[in-house]
Design a protein around this ligand. Structure first.
Ligand code: MN
Length: 315
């Protein structure tokens, strides 16, 4: 990793501006990583900005954004005012899932840093590409980057980063190694407040009850795979949250959550902590991701999606 950190550090000087951006519907892993890199680049005396479009964010994200101060942001309305931009994309590598999928129009060069399984649709021509699917989260990498650089960060940023680490590992259950715990330890040393992190991750009672209701109506396939169909149009992050929750139950090793995400498309979110090959199923639905966490968006009908999932699991 030190090699990567040195390469990154050497890049910034060739540009007037550095913009850090993640995926659409950002979560704390994505946003916390943007903030971490932002702090590193600012510490080197460079102009840096975090790209946030700002609409349609989760309650957790809105709380996180308002908890940090002094960060310079850009979005589609003003990115055109900046020249000679190096873009650093984190936590995603498919252009269609970028927070702004037209961002390349504004940037001279770009770097991609991700921890998801590499997709064929990964853009070619980056200045630096680092995709390491064995990392628990983006936060893990960025934490080691900050540690290596000796950069200090605001306690609010460390808190968000700790929250991101917890979310991406589903509470230190998925892809968690000794380095993951070490990253958590570094973040606490950097000032992360465990109580505030808990506050940040809190959800409303209504959301909890709604989720419990969905979970109650889920079915189990082969005794270890939960399938949950949501009755209403939902946000993709809701699907992801429910898929995470399902994994906390006895005997459940994998989960699939399906819901309409707009008038024409269904979203599918899948999680696995065991040997169930969810990625194979998700690929059949045209999606992608990692072997522990993946998803798809498709225009197939609900009965066809259900059939593909159930048949593939039973096979
Ligand atoms: Mn992530």
């Amino acid at each position: 990793m030190e090699d990567l950190f040195n390469k990154l550090d050497r890049l910034y000087d060739d540009y007037d501006n550095v913009v850090v951006m993640g995926h659409s519907y950002p979560d704390l892993d994505c946003y916390g990583s943007c903030l971490g890199i932002y702090n590193r680049v600012c510490a080197m005396g460079k102009n840096c900005y975090v790209y946030l479009e700002g609409n349609n964010y989760s309650e957790i994200m809105n709380k996180a954004i308002s908890s940090v101060s002094g960060v310079k942001y850009v979005n589609s309305s003003n990115i055109g005012n900046f020249a000679n931009i190096l873009l650093i994309v984190v936590d995603v590598h498919q252009l269609s899932r970028f927070e702004n999928s037209n961002i390349f129009d504004y940037c001279k060069d770009y770097v991609i840093l991700d921890h998801h399984i590499k997709d064929r649709k990964c853009p070619k021509g980056s200045k630096l590409l680092y995709i390491n699917n064995s990392l628990s989260s983006m936060i893990e990498l960025v934490t080691y980057y900050l540690d290596y650089s000796g950069v200090s960060i605001d306690s609010s940023v460390a808190t968000i980063m700790l929250g991101g680490l917890e979310i991406d590992t589903n509470g230190y259950n998925l892809k968690t190694t000794s380095s993951t715990y070490k990253a958590a330890s570094i973040l606490v040393e950097l000032g992360a407040d465990v109580t505030l992190k808990q506050e940040l991750l809190k959800e409303s009672k209504d959301d909890y009850v709604r989720r419990a209701d969905y979970i109650k109506n889920s079915i189990t396939i082969n005794g270890n795979v939960a399938l949950c169909i949501l009755p209403d149009i939902s946000k993709t992050e809701t699907l992801a949250e429910i898929a995470d929750s399902l994994l906390t139950f006895d005997n459940i090793e994998a989960s699939f959550v399906v819901s309409k995400i707009n008038d024409t498309e269904y979203g599918v979110s899948a999680r696995s902590i065991g040997d169930v090959d969810i990625l194979k199923v998700i690929r059949k639905l045209g999606g992608g991701g990692s072997t522990t966490s993946c998803g798809a968006k498709c225009t197939k009908g609900l009965s066809e999606i259900k059939e593909i999932i159930i048949k593939s699991i039973k096979k």
